[in-house]
Design a protein around this ligand. Sequence first.
Ligand SMILES: Cc1cc2nc3c(=O)[nH]c(=O)nc-3n(C[C@H](O)[C@H](O)[C@H](O)COP(=O)(O)OP(=O)(O)OC[C@H]3O[C@@H](n4cnc5c(N)ncnc54)[C@H](O)[C@@H]3O)c2cc1C
Length: 538
Amino acid sequence: MAFPRYLVSFDSRRLLHQFTDVLVIGAGIAGLRAALEVPEDLAVLVVTKDRVTESNSSYAQGGIAGVMSPEDRFENHVEDTLVAGAGLCDRGVVDLVVREAPNEIEKLVSWGTQFDLENGTLALTREGGHSHRRIVHALGDATGHEMMRAVITRAKAAPNVLIWDDSFTVDLLTDAGACVGAIVWRPGVGKVLVWAKQVILASGGCGMVYRETTNPPVATGDGMAAAYRAGAELRDMEFMQFHPTVLYVAGSSRSLISEAVRGEGAYLRDIHGERFMLKDDPRAELAPRDIVSRAIFRTMERTLHPNVYLDLSHLDPVLVRNRFPGINRVCRQFSLDITKDRIPVRPGAHYMMGGVTIDSAGKTTVPNLWAAGEVSSSGLHGANRLASNSLIEGLVFGALCGRGAADSARKMPDLLRVPRLSHKVIIEDPAGFIDLADVTNSLRALMVRKMGIVRDRGRLDEAAHDVGFWCRYVLAREFDDRVGWELQNLLTVSRLMIDAATRRDESRGTHYRSDFPKHNDTVWGQRHVVSPGLEVLG
Ligand SMILES: Cc1cc2nc3c(=O)[nH]c(=O)nc-3n(C[C@H](O)[C@H](O)[C@H](O)COP(=O)(O)OP(=O)(O)OC[C@H]3O[C@@H](n4cnc5c(N)ncnc54)[C@H](O)[C@@H]3O)c2cc1C
């Protein structure tokens, strides 16, 4: 099917304009780190579609990985990352991120992030797939909240950084194939054309394509879909990481129960109380996420029970309460005492490894467009992300993009004229009504059933058929609010994910095909599934 180039009609002669040197789309860790790297003589505009505190980054719990202890070495962190990535990591990128990690963590400390300390030095914990203790954390299990508090304060104080919150980026503007800015919808104003010398996409992931997800509602893949419409290459869209342990209590908002809980010794048990991970993997509860998620999926099928349980009752209750105050608080709302009661959990979509292809400097395939963080595919994670490697990716690539975009912007003349750009959405049946909430719920349920933890050709074909059908009439519309644009983006991203999952007829990392349960290195070795950018379709 043909995807539209733009979701909305516009004419550059008729709309309000805003000019900046660097436009940053997204105010999570990648976006704000990028903004803070741009020297003060250049103007930066950061746009975010919600409050500045609403991002995946703010909800991060476990922490940030980096080699910070004398017992650990860069080579160990590189090796652990490569093992998790199942042959699809870019070794040069892994090496770059791992070596930059300690500097970025120290920078966060210098900006006022209060990481947890032990005997006066940074307290380090260990998570699944890590061979050493190397995860720094804050406020026990509220690392993202504390880190973002410090970074937001810093960005708000920066004289050259302007933040527009509640401002939805609908599309990237391109002229002669190069990115020149974005169409941004602002409350009380409507569509504004933002013209920028360089644009950094840092709009995060797309967990909301699934009914069960750890991600907050902002994670609807807008940046991935907008980049695709603008002609950027995306890759690895079949690789969605499911977090094995998401709180499964009716009425709870599917809170994540951090990996660090298992790192501190919690057990996974089935409905009958059996520790099923012992049979599945020698690393038991500390096996990589995809292995734990699939073991839970199989256990739920075997026991005909919709969840399994986390058990912390054998651990020191004081340690448990101090180390996991957030999880303790959430569980108490549902009368669960985490030091005694078993916590019901099941897997939920957590982290998208794929995204907009970038090189080792953060450049996308569209001139003047950069990308950092979860929206991008840098080559760090390969087919599976090692726990706590994503905040550090956002920091390292945010800084690289900020520096690179600033250098490029400095070489360009100030924008005094805007190109004449326009687009008209042609609607065949403008009077027809679509229940957007119904389509959104149907899509998210379908993705769990047919494009979830275990996939096969039959289910993928059914998913492609249904999503293709919904795309035909939802993408042919023009909406004037966030709900409609988000659904259009969710559908676009789902299409790309299903297509990539269908094409990869093997199992690797988080992508498991029950009809092709093994790796196929002969065909798929180092190969990525690439979703090439669209030609402009008008
Ligand atoms: C519950 C949870 C726990 C996690 N724990 C950890 C952890 O312990 N360690 C770790 O390394 N990783 C963790 N992760 C993953 C990590 O948080 C994310 O991968 C990372 O924060 C992504 O950062 P980002 O800057 O790329 O995107 P985000 O932080 O998601 O920021 C995206 C920004 O883009 C904005 N945006 C999106 N679309 C638009 C649009 N159309 N217009 C304007 N703005 C837009 C959003 O509003 C937001 O400001 C966790 C994730 C979750 C959900």
